[in-house]
Design a protein around this ligand. Structure first.
Ligand SMILES: *[C@@H]1O[C@H](CO)[C@@H](O)[C@H](O)[C@H]1NC(C)=O
Ligand SMILES: *[C@@H]1O[C@H](CO)[C@@H](O)[C@H](O)[C@H]1NC(C)=O
Ligand SMILES: *[C@@H]1O[C@H](CO)[C@@H](O)[C@H](O)[C@H]1NC(C)=O
Ligand SMILES: *[C@@H]1O[C@H](CO)[C@@H](O)[C@H](O)[C@H]1NC(C)=O
Ligand SMILES: *[C@@H]1O[C@H](CO)[C@@H](O)[C@H](O)[C@H]1NC(C)=O
Ligand SMILES: *[C@@H]1O[C@H](CO)[C@@H](O)[C@H](O)[C@H]1NC(C)=O
Ligand SMILES: *[C@@H]1O[C@H](CO)[C@@H](O)[C@H](O)[C@H]1NC(C)=O
Ligand SMILES: *[C@@H]1O[C@H](CO)[C@@H](O)[C@H](O)[C@H]1NC(C)=O
Ligand SMILES: *[C@@H]1O[C@H](CO)[C@@H](O)[C@H](O)[C@H]1NC(C)=O
Length: 597
């Protein structure tokens, strides 16, 4: 038994997700002259720079499948964070897609192993899309997810077909450089995080807190890569602060500290960074010379057509027609099994409506963006989970607001909502179920369950369906439950309707979820203030309202959709406020996060 265990551990240790690839040459970067350590600040932390966090969402390479793709995550996350530094943490967070590298960067080896330097080279040469174009799937070209016509951007439709969107944004870097040693690392860190190789041993797997000290007496072999986000001194020991990509349940919320100045575990011998290009590239796929995208048909096409039985029950109990098509995924009425849960007064009973500002936008309040990243519910396959997206994004935004916009930015997992059948499935659902679940069970972040846009084979809120980790080798992985993951709860939840009450609730507590009748005209929206006359809107889609404003005398809502950043105004749309508004003021929902549980 003991020898078998140690054999397994050895397997983990020799497997190497990071290997250096020779022959990648740097391109000139912004760091021209090096300063000595005493000319630089004595400490720096990009998770808290004067109270502002410049870090994007935490990530996990080990879900939904085990993949030795850390080289790709380190590069995309370092550059995503550097975009956040470049844009002063303003809206939106840009989450570059490691999946593009795993499938298309042939200089590395997909989910087998790779070098972040080839990723920098790839992004410099080709540019890269974000997570809403290519969601992480835990596979690469080495194990079946090849760089097809659906790279670097696609999205899927209710009929099960997928296609390249007419336009989509791409991001690139203007230079990148390989560096090593304390002085170069300190200098590069002044402009944002950096990527570094290291040797991961059992000490690292077991890490929970404190500074990992250099215990090595000899040579090290780099087999892993991490993102260094700062440095400082604690009890006389200089350290690097870094983030790992094994979920928030690893280490200290996904982070660790390691001794500085002794090349502990090889952390100072192979690093890189790139300068983000502020000019975002908008690709027009209809004018590009491209092979015609062939339509592929996801396996679950048939499922889309049948309405889930619980949803049917809710529909039957509502005033709307049960046979109403579930094209977009939300039932016609918010439905709380046990009624609303209200403690004290509702926001609009406590706020003087006159005191609500004429314009409000949670993407920029006091120069701070409080919103979590924008998602696409329709990749890697179509899924009618809008009801799980509008609600989890609003709850996550409200957690950010309660935290004052400080570290950490998180995203709550819509996949757990689907796995646990908390309101519905990919065939449609009820936002009310999400809040009830947030109250009774709690929701973990995305690093526990990566979004796969699929119904589970068995709906169950078992530990493994709520939070898991997978170990290799690639191709014959084992996934196990993670015990006691951090869960985020709601203390109250309820409904709201009518513009005045919606404004009071948004202003006081943050974004809300709202039902609308999504139409083909809305699907085709590309910008501006949308309006469409529908005599009796039939609610079929869930979105989140994050604010309101006025342009040329026209009042509008600022609405977050879950159809990707390439849709509308960077994933958002503005909707006429008081009429011709797809019924957005009829049926909204909200929850209050409970940070004390
Ligand atoms: C995917 O790419 C690999 C490596 O280029 C190749 O061996 C494999 O045949 C491809 N698979 C498919 C399904 O195209
Ligand atoms: C990336 O940015 C550079 C500017 O450094 C630009 O010249 C280049 O064309 C861009 N690459 C792509 C693929 O657009
Ligand atoms: C790591 O944890 C395992 C399991 O708790 C333990 O057996 C092992 O001794 C630890 N290794 C080190 C290097 O701390
Ligand atoms: C740190 O590790 C290196 C090997 O990387 C070794 O040569 C050195 O002696 C160690 N230093 C300390 C202070 O432990
Ligand atoms: C580490 O080992 C490699 C190969 O075994 C050797 O080329 C390299 O010089 C060694 N590095 C140090 C710092 O000893
Ligand atoms: C994309 O290109 C096509 C063909 O040149 C053009 O008709 C269309 O207006 C362009 N779309 C955008 C959004 O620029
Ligand atoms: C914005 O700043 C004002 C004035 O300092 C403060 O009262 C308010 O709470 C801040 N709002 C948020 C959401 O941080
Ligand atoms: C960045 O944001 C901070 C905090 O809101 C503000 O004080 C600073 O002026 C901004 N800097 C730039 C360059 O916009
Ligand atoms: C939406 O766009 C598609 C594709 O361009 C077009 O065929 C369709 O007629 C448009 N629908 C509406 C309602 O504008």
């Amino acid at each position: 038994m003991v020898s078998r265990l140690s054999f397994l551990l050895v397997c983990v240790l020799v497997s190497s997700s990071f290997v250096q690839k020779p022959g990648v040459s740097s391109k000139p970067t912004s760091v021209k002259t090096l300063k000595s350590a005493d000319e630089l600040p004595s400490s720096l932390d990009w998770s808290n720079n004067n109270g502002v966090s410049y870090l994007t969402i935490p990530r996990n390479t080990h879900v939904p499948q085990f993949c030795e793709g850390v080289w790709a995550f380190v590069a995309t996350t370092t550059i995503s964070d550097r975009f956040k530094v470049l844009f002063n943490a303003s809206f939106p967070d840009i989450i570059l897609a490691p999946q593009v590298l795993l499938s298309c960067d042939y200089a590395s080896n997909g989910c087998t192993s790779g070098d972040f330097l080839t990723a920098y080279q790839y992004i410099y040469t080709n540019a890269i899309t974000d997570e809403t174009c290519e969601v992480y799937q835990g596979k690469g070209y080495t194990d079946g997810l090849n760089c097809t016509n659906f790279f670097p951007c696609y999205t899927c439709s209710p009929d099960g077909t997928c296609a390249v969107p007419p336009t989509y944004p791409m991001y690139n870097i203007t230079g990148y450089e390989m560096i090593s040693g304390v002085t170069q690392m300190l200098n590069a860190l002044q402009n944002g995080p950096i990527s570094c190789g290291m040797q991961a041993t059992q000490v690292f797997f077991n890490y929970t807190n404190g500074i990992i000290m250099n215990t090595s007496t000899g040579n090290v072999t780099l087999n892993h890569a991490v993102e260094i986000i700062g440095y400082g001194t604690q009890n006389g020991v200089n350290y690097w602060k870094a983030r790992n990509f094994w979920g928030t349940y690893w280490g200290n919320g996904g982070y660790f500290m390691i001794q500085q100045g002794t090349n502990a575990y090889g952390i100072e011998q192979y690093c890189a960074y790139g300068d983000p290009n502020p000019n975002i590239i908008i690709v027009n796929s209809t004018s590009d010379i491209k092979p015609e995208p062939h339509h592929h048909h996801p396996h679950h096409k048939k499922e889309i057509e049948k309405i889930d039985s619980t949803v049917k029950k809710i529909l039957a109990g509502s005033e709307r027609q049960p046979e109403y098509p579930m094209k977009y995924g939300r039932v016609p009425k918010v439905f709380f099994e046990n009624g609303e849960r209200i403690i004290g007064k509702r926001s609009w009973e406590t706020i003087d409506i006159q005191a609500v500002p004429a314009a409000w936008d949670w993407r920029n309040v006091n120069n701070t963006n409080f919103l979590t990243f924008t998602r696409n519910q329709h990749v890697p396959v179509y899924c009618g989970s809008c009801w799980a997206h509008g609600t989890t994004s609003s709850l996550a935004d409200r957690i950010n607001i309660l935290h004052g916009g400080s570290f950490p930015v998180l995203s709550l997992s819509p996949q757990v909502i689907i796995n646990c059948h908390a309101g519905g499935t990919c065939n449609g659902g009820n936002p009310g179920g999400v809040y009830e679940f947030a109250h009774s069970h709690g929701i973990p972040d995305d690093t526990c369950q990566q979004y796969i846009a699929k119904n589970p084979s068995h709906y169950s809120c078992s530990a493994i369906q709520v939070c898991e980790t997978c170990t290799g080798p690639v191709g014959s992985q084992t996934c196990t439950a993670v015990s006691n993951p951090k869960l985020w709860y709601a203390s109250q939840y309820g409904k709201v309707s009518g513009a005045a009450n919606m404004k009071a609730e948004i202003y006081k507590n943050g974004p809300i979820g709202c039902g609308i009748e999504a139409t083909e005209q809305l699907e085709n929206y590309t910008g501006g203030i949308f309006s469409q006359f529908i005599p009796y809107p039939r609610i079929n889609h869930e979105v989140a309202v994050v604010g309101w404003g006025s342009e040329n005398g026209e009042d509008y809502w600022i609405v977050r959709n879950s159809w990707g950043t390439f849709w509308g105004e960077r994933g958002f749309f503005r909707l006429k406020m008081n009429s011709d508004n797809l019924g957005i003021t009829l049926d909204c929902d909200w929850g209050i996060p409970d940070l004390n549980r």
